[in-house]
Design a protein around this ligand. Structure first.
Ligand SMILES: *Cc1c(COP(=O)(O)O)cnc(C)c1O
Length: 555
């Protein structure tokens, strides 16, 4: 049956135009059925198989050959091609043409995050099998909001959550036997990302900080103003070092705490929270006559900018003494727990009340897999919801205790990956990142044009261009001169980073740190997570930066 007027042969999409010249595609019941159920004919199928085979069985070659390979083209130029705000009544292209269009017209202008020369961000290459698992998740289209649309996946998910919970909190085997499938226990949940995981943790902490009293129904029900009044206080705060991720400030806004009440605690010269300062601030805030409640203290296990890890044991002690919720933001560093060699870097994490981990970072999953874990399996009762048509009280549906409603069976991807990789496989990746970052730090130390700013704790490293004569001048300068020299160096590093990115061969990111003497310092930031990134590639990246600097200086 061919009701749409084509002769059935595949016609490549014309670049830049969307008109299907010479034939009309129509939207009607027959064509809909074809589009919904299967490819319309052998030729279309062959085109689909050609591309999907490359993607599914040669992912890394495919990405190398098709993604981000063009000359730099500005977003402004590109945006001229995307000016069409009309949804057309009838189809414009067939599936095969759409896929071909994505690969030929869009992919070349995408960012090749899988390149081993792309070491600027926390988004990198993923193992090819992730795409297979993701495809199966889409194909099964389970919805974890409720049992009636997910059945076995809701209990499979509980199993995966328990495995990670056990890695983090190391409770007894009996604990997991009891809670793993217990309908009233919630060891954690999947959300979209680290931002929502942090929000969920602080949501729970806020509600537990302002529980119902005799004549108060709880903050979730009555809101912050009533909560403060009922609990005889005027302000609620969250404490985190000034390296805290901005998602925590968003959570402060969303939860009615106020983002200015997410207070930044000073850091030591390793960009870890200054534990003495933390203690002092808590004493000041909660001393006699206090009008402030501390909802939570957040420790960071891998800061986004430098990869520093706070002293989690010390923060845990302080929180226990003061009865404050202790959240650990391990969005980045959490998977370090897979490595026997380096799990110790996160020691104290087991004393947390809640922990954020991002699957799409160092579990190398596709985008969109945040997780939050709670030591107390009843902690999430503080945020339980019931919708009559979805869940009933006492139901084991995960939707009742999740910020997210409908959501995909991401546990299938993480559970599958843990089986395929084992903790040992992940450890190989983690160890490679940390050890390669250490080698990189040594290389930077031996190259005089560069200055190492933060040696790697995990696999993140910051440095800058700062030639020897500059280093000499800085070391003997007074404060005012240092400020002037630093801002000059900031200009240089900003320019070099931009020029390297625009050249398109490699990518290192840039951020601004406040140095121990209080100066805003622009630094180059490398995140080593791609197993294909090695010392030779990193040296080549430094070579490129050095030569960009030379040219820039001469100009
Ligand atoms: C990445 C990151 C987040 C935010 O995670 P998203 O998945 O981007 O929302 C939060 N905290 C830290 C420490 C991070 O590195």
């Amino acid at each position: 049956m061919n009701t749409n007027g084509t002769n059935g042969t595949h016609r490549p999409a014309a670049h830049g135009t969307h008109a299907a010249a010479g034939r009309a595609l129509v939207a009607n019941w027959q064509t809909l059925q074809q589009v919904f159920i299967r490819p319309e004919n052998e030729a279309v199928r062959a085109t689909l198989v050609k591309y999907m085979e490359q993607i599914l069985f040669g992912l890394h070659d495919f990405l190398r050959d098709h993604v981000g390979i063009t000359e730099a083209k500005s977003l402004i130029k590109l945006s001229e091609r995307f000016q069409d705000s009309l949804i057309h009544e009838h189809p414009r292209r067939k599936l095969a043409e759409v896929i071909q269009g994505i690969i030929e017209d869009l992919a070349p202008y995408a960012v090749n995050v899988a390149s081993p020369y792309f070491v600027g961000h926390m988004t990198s290459a993923i193992p090819f099998f992730m795409v297979h698992l993701q495809t199966i998740v889409a194909a099964l289209n389970q919805n974890l909001v409720k049992l009636e649309t997910s059945k076995v996946f809701s209990i499979h998910e509980r199993q995966v959550l328990a495995k990670l919970h056990r890695r983090i909190f190391r409770r007894s085997a009996g604990f997991y036997r009891h809670h793993i499938q217990h309908p009233e226990s919630t060891l954690g949940c999947f959300v979209e990302d680290g931002t929502l995981a942090n929000l969920t943790a602080l949501w729970v902490a806020r509600n537990r900080c302002f529980p119902p009293t005799e004549d108060f129904d709880g903050v979730e029900s009555e809101g912050m103003a009533a909560a403060l009044a009922a609990h005889n206080t005027r302000r609620a705060v969250v404490l985190v070092s000034r390296m805290g991720h901005y998602s925590l400030r968003k959570a402060g806004g969303v939860l009615g705490i106020g983002n200015r009440n997410v207070l930044a605690i000073d850091t030591d010269d390793g960009y870890r929270i200054d534990v003495t300062a933390l203690q002092r601030v808590i004493r000041e805030l909660t001393g006699a006559g206090s009008d402030t409640r501390v909802i939570a203290v957040v420790g960071i296990a891998g800061t986004t900018e430098t990869g520093s890890v706070d002293d989690l044991t010390a923060i845990g002690d302080i929180c226990r003494r003061h009865g404050i919720h202790f959240h650990v933001d391990a969005a980045w560093g959490g998977p370090t727990l897979m490595s026997e060699r380096y799990a110790g870097l996160l020691k104290g994490i087991q004393t947390a009340d809640s922990v954020t981990i991002d699957g799409h970072k160092q579990f190398y999953m596709p985008m969109g897999c945040g997780m939050v874990y709670f030591r107390d399996p009843r902690a999430m009762d503080a945020v339980a919801y019931h919708a009559a048509y979805v869940n009933r009280p006492g139901s084991v549906d995960l939707g009742i205790k999740s910020l997210v409603g409908s959501r995909a069976a991401n546990s299938l991807i993480l559970g599958g990956a843990l089986d395929i990789m084992g903790a040992g496989g992940y450890a190989v990746l983690i160890d490679h990142g940390i050890e390669t970052a250490r080698i990189f730090a040594e290389t930077i130390r031996t190259r005089s044009v560069f200055e190492l700013i933060t040696p790697p704790v995990l696999n993140i490293i910051t440095y800058r261009i700062c030639p020897p004569e500059w280093q000499r001048r800085l070391s003997s300068a007074d404060k005012r001169t240092r400020r002037r020299l630093t801002s000059e160096l900031n200009r240089i590093n900003t320019a070099v980073q931009r020029l390297q990115r625009e050249a398109g061969n490699s990518f290192v990111s840039r951020t601004t740190l406040v140095s121990p003497d209080g100066l805003k310092t622009v630094v180059l930031r490398a995140v080593i997570m791609n197993p294909m990134t090695d010392a030779r590639i990193l040296s080549a990246i430094l070579d490129e930066q050095a030569s960009i600097f030379e040219v820039w200086q001469a100009a």
